[in-house]
Ligand binder design. Structure first.
Ligand SMILES: Nc1ncnc2c1ncn2[C@@H]1O[C@H](COP(=O)(O)OP(=O)(O)OP(=O)(O)O)[C@@H](O)[C@H]1O
Ligand SMILES: [Mg+2]
Length: 1059
């Protein structure tokens, strides 16, 4: 598929009949069919037969993966050029015809998934409204037909092949896991993929790298020498060269296969090599799977690759199942995988955790978080990639793959914390991603997991998925509430809900009673310092206060527990803060206590989490953010009150928090205690027994912002071209499943129509009169404008896109480039403006220190010295400038100081801002800067910004002295650690990748063996990725172009095939 190219063809969507999947399997030997392999290979064959999918469909794809030279922010390739316009028209015509044929041909066979769309009646009724607005004529489709379309979604030939049932005999149960008698394996199977045996000895790694380099050089030399001899292009010469190149490639591939086969067996561990099982034991300490994990992995639906949702309580071990499925996809099916996780820190943790597997099993682990990630991803020739992404980056990745016709490379998408679908605008983005996959690629399997799902039926309908659930928890959870000095056990079956358990045993002085009316000290000292404890607090400030209060009254003996380790932690906090340490942490850490919330810097948070995981800290006071996804369990979890800020807790939040109680393998039970006041008693009873909240689509959130940006990207990606196709797409969303509950009486059609009108009004799309095409009438053709294109490519919020355009345009009139300030202003995120009010005195002082050119630029923007002087001196201002501009410029000054000083603490101090806010501002600006860069890349008039924003984004992403940047590209290496590594002599990724963990520990202060190994592994993965990319580029360069002048290239001579 790499060589396929179709210059004029626009890939808009993959037809359900023309599917391209698993082209790589053509190049690999047929695996011997063990039970698992049989399931996989037969399923594949079945799937291809069922869908008519052959490599021929690959002709639809074109390769745009030439973004080789940029490190982080590669080209996000644009759509096919103007030449494709006629093809678009043709396609649009065909699509409408297809749609009509499709809906009329669907029969009302309903399988286990039944979707009903009562709203659709409205669609047809409202066609005339839309016709009026757009001045177009919509083809008549009857209500009956639309109903059939919906029902038809359950039909066999319209189901994703991941959902097609296999004949019963194929579903051979897999061997029971980790049983001691498993061992004899069939090596033939391995021939279908390549696994390089890695040794931990760094010298070997170096040798291998050197050999690789050498062979690569020889390879280049010999091929180039061959090429050089070609003076007059002749067919025979070209054939000869091609044959030589192919022979060379085969040779290399065979060597790779030979070198690995003898080292690995395969199959016994859910079709995977024994090595995988060993890795789980060595790296995770997991010796046996839980029963539910085995059951889940051997479900017929899982073996048949149907979409799956599984829900289990927190700490149930959901991740392991997903990881095994991911490895099956990468190693057995040879397909890329996307794993979507909710937060940047969790993505980084997962990249670190899986890099070791990647190195050992020969696949790549690529990070897509913050401003890291390349769109579209590099197309790897040999290795498969596991992309680990945040929700936003996962969406951009899927968009970019659809755009370049490579979406079918993604065999599997795993979504952790699937309930995020219901969480605000991020939920809307997740829904768009999954809906696009469901619509565009029927072969990609979707797996979602969560601990807090209620309306699973609706999610199943959306994802056309099976559901597996169990109430397994490795450690029993006992829930309690505390009212006055009594502890009650939560018993949801009892009438009163709370069963008296015990009286709290404490002796408080009247002073202490006043300071600690909730008896927190009594509650925590029952477990710490020997066991761990989490105290969830309603606000950030409260976290700090509670930590200080507890320390103030703790017995001094607590200071002796793990004294040395705590001193090291304080040293680290100080050195990672460039000599500054938070005064609260300075007081609480000696007692083994710290607070944990978003006000910490990334470095501090990492140090605190590690110290808590290893038992150096025994108590964290934290906000609800710690409950989501971070794996920091505790023997006892205390909820300081049933509120998050001023809102009463939601059931799902409560579940996530109490779910942290009980550490698998350490505690025999975990307990949670919710402190409640009399006034909250009734509500708390409701809280502990009511069902979890439903998860609702957020496409209509914020005046339909979600649906507007969804439609924009659908039109931009050419997934849809007409209102009819939009409707067809919308049927596949969660919103459509929940339409009746969410639409507030508005018809689906009205919602779509309003969104289209909004996009037309904003000049983001155009609607052209329909035309007669091959006998079919097209109601209207929707096309994206250049601004629309730039907006969706840059993931720019629709409410800011015209403002951004205006600002950038104005910027060009007098761009000040003698410092970074003007550029920084242009990428300061609009949505952060309202989060901070300037300190006018500080503002004025900072302004006065700007250069004359900078001041002039500020005045041009609308920020004058006289205005600031008046505000600083407390005078009223008659005619105020635009406050958004003034506030935005203030934030730009903060960023400017950060880039100059590169010290978060100093800048936070200078501007009297919380360091967490400054860190957040920096991170958000780095992300927005890369969005603005992509925006500019699509608009010719902004060409001059491209190079500037590329550099600026890098500066913002790392915001450290330039020598540290290479080290911070290693996943999870933050500034503090990068400084340590640098000063210990590990100055590049290559240094770290080749380091010996034992030597590294000696050279770097307070670095544990586990951390050292993780850093080295991540560096090795990064290096491998780069080497692979270079090798791929070399191979690409060595290929003979298909259109060599004077060459007569016959169709067999080239792999480039026109549709
Ligand atoms: N079979 C097993 N044996 C021992 N430990 C296990 C096993 N499976 C998972 N674990 C461990 O249990 C802990 C919790 O697992 P995991 O993070 O997957 O839970 P989860 O179900 O995803 O919970 P949450 O909903 O909180 O994210 C991890 O430390 C993991 O390594
Ligand atoms: Mg989890």
């Amino acid at each position: 598929m790499d060589e396929l190219e179709s210059p004029t063809l626009v890939v808009r969507k993959v037809s359900t009949r023309k599917r391209h999947r698993d082209v790589k399997s053509n190049q690999t030997p047929e695996p011997k069919k063990t039970s698992a392999s049989r399931v996989f290979s037969e399923e594949k064959q079945e799937c291809e037969e069922e869908t008519g999918c052959t490599t021929e469909a690959g002709k639809q794809c074109y390769d745009q993966s030439s973004d080789s030279d940029e490190d982080l922010f590669g080209e996000y390739d644009s759509f096919a050029e103007e030449t494709s316009f006629l093809a678009q028209l043709d396609n649009a015509g065909r699509n409408v015809t297809d749609f009509d044929n499709y809906v009329t041909s669907c029969t009302v066979k309903k399988r286990n998934v039944i979707i009903s769309h009562p709203a659709d009646k409205d669609i047809m009724n409202k066609h005339s409204t839309f016709n009026h607005i757009l001045g177009q004529h919509m083809p008549a489709v009857t209500q009956n037909v639309i109903d059939e379309d919906i029902a038809g979604a359950g039909e066999v030939d319209e189901l994703p092949c991941s959902q097609l049932l296999l004949p019963e005999e194929n579903s051979v149960p897999l061997p029971v896991v980790f049983s001691s008698n498993i061992g004899n394996c069939d090596n033939n199977y391995l021939k279908s993929y390549t696994v390089t045996e890695q040794t931990s000895a760094d010298s070997n790694v170096t040798d291998k790298t050197a050999n690789k380099r050498k062979s690569l050089q020889d390879h280049i030399k010999s091929t180039l020498a061959g090429n050089a001899k070609v003076q007059v292009p002749q067919i025979s010469r070209s054939k000869h060269l091609k044959e030589a190149a192919v022979a060379e490639e085969i040779n290399i591939a065979m060597k790779a296969i030979d070198s690995t086969v003898e080292n690995l067996d395969h199959g016994p561990f859910y079709g995977l090599p024994t090595k995988v099982k060993d890795l789980f034991t060595q790296q995770r300490g997991i010796k046996e799977l839980y029963d539910w994990q085995h059951t889940c992995l051997t479900l017929p639906s899982v073996q048949q690759r149907r979409n799956l949702i599984y829900s289990l309580p927190t700490s149930g071990g959901k991740t392991l199942v997903a990881e095994i499925l991911i490895l099956q996809e990468l190693l057995l099916r040879q397909q890329d995988v996307l794993m979507i996780l909710p937060y940047v820190a969790i993505v980084q943790e997962k990249v670190r955790g899986l890099s070791g597997f990647g190195l050992e099993l020969n696949f790549l682990v690529e990070e897509y978080a913050g401003s890291k990630g390349r769109f579209p991803p590099i197309k790897r020739r040999k290795k498969k990639s596991l992309y680990i992404a945040t929700i936003e980056k996962g969406h951009s990745l899927v968009n970019s793959l659809i755009e370049v016709g490579r979406i079918e490379d993604l065999g599997l998408i795993v979504v952790d914390e699937l309930h995020m679908l219901g969480e605000g605008s991020r939920g809307a983005i997740l829904e768009m991603t999954l809906a696009k996959i469901l619509y565009s690629c029927k072969t990609t399997q979707i797996i979602g997991m969560s601990a807090t799902l209620n309306n699973v039926n609706e999610l199943q309908q959306f994802l056309k998925a099976e559901h597996y659930t169990s109430d397994f928890r490795p450690v029993k959870l006992m829930e309690f509430v505390k009212l006055r000095d009594s502890i009650y056990e939560v018993d949801t079956k009892a009438e009163d809900c709370f069963a008296f358990s015990r009286l709290l045993n404490f002796k408080y002085s009247s002073n202490l009673q006043k300071m600690d009316p909730d008896h927190l000290i009594a509650l925590v000292t029952e477990v710490i310092p020997l066991h761990s404890c989490l105290v969830f607090c309603p606000t950030k400030k409260n976290c700090e206060n509670v930590a200080e209060m507890i320390c103030k009254y703790l017995n001094k003996e607590f200071l002796n527990h793990k004294h040395k380790e705590k001193c090291s932690l304080l040293d680290d906090l100080k050195s990672f803060g460039d000599g500054t340490i938070c005064p609260t942490l300075k007081r609480t850490v000696p007692y083994g206590i710290a607070y944990h919330h978003s006000g910490l810097t990334n470095d501090e948070r990492r140090l605190i989490e590690e110290a808590y995981s290893t038992g150096i800290l025994c108590l964290l006071t934290c906000t609800s953010t710690l409950a989501a996804g971070v794996n920091l369990p505790a023997r006892r979890v205390i909820l300081r009150s049933p509120y998050v800020a001023t809102d009463f807790l939601k059931r799902s939040q409560y579940k996530q928090m109490v779910g942290r109680a009980g550490r698998a393998g350490i505690d025999t039970a975990g307990e949670s205690i919710l402190i409640l006041q009399e006034k909250d008693k009734v509500q708390v009873k409701d809280l502990v027994r009511k069902p979890l909240e439903n998860c609702y689509s957020n496409l209509l959130l914020n005046s339909c912002k979600g649906i507007q940006s969804l439609l924009l990207s659908l039109i931009g990606l050419k997934i849809v071209r007409s209102p009819e196709e939009i409707c067809k797409f919308i049927y596949g969303t969660l919103f459509s499943v929940q339409y009746q509950q969410l639409s507030e009486g508005k018809s689906l059609w009205d919602i779509v129509k309003d969104a289209l009108e909004y996009l037309i009004e904003k000049c983001l799309i155009t609607a052209k009169k329909g035309c007669e095409n091959e006998g079919q009438e097209i109601s209207c053709i929707l096309e994206i404008t250049q601004l629309g294109h730039a907006t969706y490519k840059g993931s720019i919020d629709l409410s800011y896109c015209d403002l951004l355009y205006k600002d950038l345009k104005k910027g060009l009139e007098g761009l000040v480039l003698d410092s970074l300030l003007h550029l920084l202003y242009l990428v300061t995120p609009y949505d952060m403006i309202s989060q901070y009010n300037p300190d006018w005195m500080l503002y004025f002082r900072q302004f006065s220190q700007l250069s004359a050119a900078e001041q002039k630029m500020a005045v041009n923007l609308g920020v004058s010295e006289s205005f600031l002087a008046k505000k600083a001196s407390g005078h009223s201002v008659k005619k105020s400038p635009d406050s958004d501009i003034v506030n935005r410029f203030y934030l730009s000054l903060v960023l400017y100081a950060l880039l100059k000083e590169t010290n978060l603490w100093t800048v936070a101090h200078k501007f009297n801002m919380p360091r967490g806010f400054v860190q957040n501002l920096l991170n958000s600006t780095a992300v927005f800067s890369s969005c603005v860069l992509h925006f500019c890349e699509e608009l010719e008039e902004f060409w001059s910004y491209r190079a500037l924003f590329t550099e600026l984004t890098k500066k913002l992403t790392y915001c450290v002295k330039s020598e540290l940047i290479p080290l911070m590209e290693i996943s999870g290496v933050l500034e503090g650690r990068a400084k340590q590594l640098y000063s210990a002599g590990y100055k590049t990724v290559v240094h770290v990748a080749n380091a010996d963990p034992e030597v590294l520990i000696k050279n770097v202060d307070h670095l544990s063996r586990r951390q050292a190994r993780q850093i080295i592994t991540s560096a090795k993965m990064l290096l491998t990725e780069r080497i692979e990319a270079l090798q791929d580029e070399v191979e690409e360069l060595q290929k003979l172009p298909s259109d060599m002048p004077g060459e007569l290239v016959s169709s067999e001579d080239t792999s480039i095939t026109a549709e």
